[in-house]
Design a protein around this ligand. Structure first.
Ligand code: SAH
Ligand code: SF4
Length: 352
């Protein structure tokens, strides 16, 4: 392996093959995979099962970089938000959320996002690069390190942090397959949610992958006119074919699709919009998640009042569609993804 090979993004099979290519036994590959993801070791020097010579050779020839937590904020409800530094100095966010069943982790998939949704903090910073599978796995590792004293590890992974996961398709699929490995995090496919702004072609691709993850589609508007205004991606991938793709996803995977709908006062929260939404999703095996919009100072919206959110929910439910209001977690640590990183960037610019 050449210096610069991305060790943390190698699957266990690939690690085994690589060890064999260098005339080491195959099981050294599995030991490395387990050291990285089950034992969460910080470097080759800590792999006590290896002879000293091998540890030294590997440290020299195939170094790897662990994400560094720059800050960790903890909200009274137990939510932790990590600002993490990548090997090239760029920063991303990872959020660890407590639930009755344990913890989930909200993982970023890109540095920035190119989709430009008008209500989102992540989209304010354009994508500078995709995250590797190893960098996504290392976010789960960071989360596990953080909660190590309390729990066995996170039990759900949501690709809902910064970035559009389906715009980084190959690395995201690789990440899920590697996190599934029983020698690593051992998370079943059902424990993953991919949230997407609706890249239709990739939804079809994903439905063929034999990794039945939950698909969450960020809808946020029940008609093309409004959706194209607040989510420019809708101009390329409009609502009708998007809902068809979701139908196909359900047919192929048996996984009920979730629709995310952040309520913006006076924009998408009227009775008529609720009716349109219910009509759109009629007959589809799905679930609607109403999200109280988390204010982003740069955007001119305000969140719908709680009463309006409840009314909206009732209308959708009365049409026979499963609909819940997402609990707000970690409010006072700006848990809407992208916000912390943006503030740090702003502070940095001021310092300069
Ligand atoms: N890019 C993907 C995943 C990341 S965003 C996507 O858009 O689906 C995760 C979810 O948070 C999406 O449903 C997104 O629309 C929503 N979101 C973005 N900004 C928000 C905000 N300020 N308040 C509430 N939800 C927000
Ligand atoms: Fe990107 Fe999702 Fe934010 Fe839209 S909502 S800008 S797709 S991160």
């Amino acid at each position: 392996m050449n210096k610069g090979t991305d060790v943390m993004s190698l699957s266990r099979d690939e690690m085994e093959t690589w060890m064999q290519q260098q005339s080491y036994p195959k099981y050294r590959g599995t030991q490395l995979f387990e050291s990285l993801w089950r034992q969460r070791l910080a470097g080759y020097g800590q792999i006590s099962a290896w002879p000293k010579e091998l540890r030294e050779i590997m440290s020299r020839t195939a170094p790897f970089y662990r994400l560094q937590a720059v800050t960790v904020q903890k909200a009274p409800d137990g939510t932790r938000k990590i600002l993490a530094r990548l090997s090239d100095g760029q920063q991303i966010e990872t959020v660890v959320l407590p639930h009755h069943y344990g913890y989930s982790v909200c993982v970023s998939s890109q540095v920035g996002c190119n989709m430009g949704c008008k209500f989102c903090a992540s989209g304010l910073l354009k994508r500078t690069r995709n995250l590797t599978a190893g960098e996504m796995l290392d976010q789960v590792r960071l989360a596990n390190d953080l909660i190590a004293s309390e729990e066995q590890g996170v039990s759900r992974v949501d690709l809902m942090g910064i970035g559009e996961p389906l715009d980084n398709y190959d690395n995201v699929v690789r990440f899920i397959k590697m996190a599934h490995d029983s020698h690593g995090f051992n998370l079943s496919h059902r424990k993953f949610t991919i949230s997407t702004s609706g890249l239709i072609r990739d939804i079809y691709r994903l439905s063929q992958e034999k990794i039945p993850v939950t698909l969450a589609v960020s809808l946020h508007a029940p008609n093309d006119a409004l959706r194209s205004q607040i989510m420019p991606v809708n101009r390329a991938y409009p609502i009708t074919p998007l809902v068809e793709a979701c139908q196909f996803y359900f047919a192929k995977t048996g996984r009920r699709v979730s629709f995310e709908y952040a309520l913006l006062a006076g924009i998408n929260d009227s009775v008529l919009m609720a009716q349109q939404l219910a009509k759109l999703l009629e007959g589809l095996s799905c679930h609607v998640n109403l999200i109280p919009w988390n204010p982003v100072p740069e955007h001119p919206f305000s969140p719908s009042p709680p009463k309006r959110v409840e009314e909206f929910q009732k209308i959708v439910q009365n049409r026979g569609i499963s609909c819940t209001i997402r609990k707000e977690l970690g409010q006072n640590i700006e848990a809407a993804c992208g916000q912390l990183r943006r503030r740090e960037d702003a502070a940095h610019h001021i310092e300069l």
